[in-house]
Design a binder for this molecule. Structure first.
Ligand SMILES: C[S@@+](CC[C@H](N)C(=O)[O-])C[C@H]1O[C@@H](n2cnc3c(N)ncnc32)[C@H](O)[C@@H]1O
Length: 323
């Protein structure tokens, strides 16, 4: 079989996502996922007509404007109009370079509103910023997790939620819009908590300052335990700790300690949703990061639009802590 050109690979990738373009509850997803779609180091995300192209290695960088030209020529193949193309450098940053400046996207085609855009993700509105910094405001690889959690929220079994490492509060907004009564967001960044409040507002959710807690997640678990607060669901979605093999063991230790502390603040019959975002932690390692006696209710990897080739990096589980 002859090697497909990038143009053919992209056409194939767009075609494979046909259904995504039709889904009423989502207008953001991954259109081209690096190796999974045949080109290591290049991803394309679709955000309501805006295409965010990201390159992760030197090989792709060297030919990036050829790739951009192909993407530009392919816009007629998109079932909906393409409004702009943005380009982000995601190569590993070494030394003392200004990380945020390097990560800022360049608008290479079309018009993109400076103030950012609002996209629809699993039926909720999320404000995203496709230009500044590394992350846009939404982790789309969790799309399937959030979609499946909807059933749990709607069942009425989850009324109270603690969203640790909340980022822009997407888990909370999704829960609250689907039957959860209260959610507390904890994050070590005031800027992302502000964005979380913004996401509540655009979804017409009441903003109570007490639900946006600035601080270290581990400290807050201790404080909440002392106050004897308990929740029906605790989300534990920390940033990636592990980058090398040696560190893998500390992930396991850190996870176990953290999760044991979390168990103290989960209501009887309640759940913990935990995640690991790293190729270097296998599915088995992830399972072993949980205390004995915990029951796995459901397991996920990245959503299907993040078409994979060899390995999944994302491991997410819904657990029932043991007694
Ligand atoms: C992977 S993101 C979480 C994504 C989020 N669950 C979602 O689905 O949108 C990790 C977040 O953890 C926050 N963070 C990092 N260290 C923290 C700490 N020690 N305590 C609380 N939050 C922390 C970061 O500011 C970032 O917003």
């Amino acid at each position: 079989l002859s090697e497909l050109s990038f143009s053919d690979k992209l056409k194939k990738a767009i075609l494979a996502r046909s259904l995504y373009f039709e889904m009423g509850k989502n207008n953001c997803f991954r259109v081209f996922n690096a190796e999974g779609d045949g080109l290591d180091g290049l991803t394309i995300d679709f955000y309501d007509g805006h295409l965010l192209v990201q390159y992760f290695n030197k090989e792709v960088e060297d030919s990036i404007f050829d790739y951009i030209a192909v993407i530009g020529n392919q816009t007629p193949y998109f079932p909906v109009p393409v409004k702009s193309i943005l380009l982000k450098n995601r190569k590993t940053v070494r030394g003392k370079q200004n990380f945020d400046d390097i990560r800022d996207s360049k608008i290479v085609e079309g018009d993109y509103p400076e103030e950012g855009i609002v996209v629809l993700h699993n039926g909720v509105s999320v404000k995203v910023d496709l230009v500044h910094g590394q992350s846009t405001g939404i982790f789309m690889d969790m799309g399937q997790v959030r979609a499946d959690m909807e059933e749990k929220y709607r069942s009425g079994k989850i009324k109270s939620m603690l969203n640790l490492f909340s980022y822009t509060g997407v888990f909370s907004v999704h829960g609250l819009k689907n039957g959860v009564s209260n959610s507390i967001n904890v994050d070590l960044s005031k800027a992302v908590l502000k964005r979380a409040r913004g996401n509540y507002e655009i979804n017409s959710l009441k903003v109570d300052e007490r639900d946006f807690v600035y601080g270290d997640a581990a400290e807050w678990v201790k404080i909440l335990a002392k106050k004897e607060r308990k929740f029906d669901l605790v989300i534990f979605d920390p940033p990636t700790f592990a980058r090398n093999r040696k560190k893998k063991f500390s992930v396991k230790r850190d996870y176990l300690t953290f999760l044991k502390a979390i168990a103290e603040i989960v209501n009887e019959g309640g759940f913990v949703l935990s995640s690991v975002n790293s190729y270097s932690v296998s599915k088995e390692d992830y399972f072993q990061c949980h205390p004995h006696g915990w029951e796995l209710v459901r397991f996920w990897t990245e959503s299907a639009d993040f078409k994979y080739s060899a390995n999944h990096y994302l491991k997410v589980g819904l657990w029932k802590p043991g007694v």
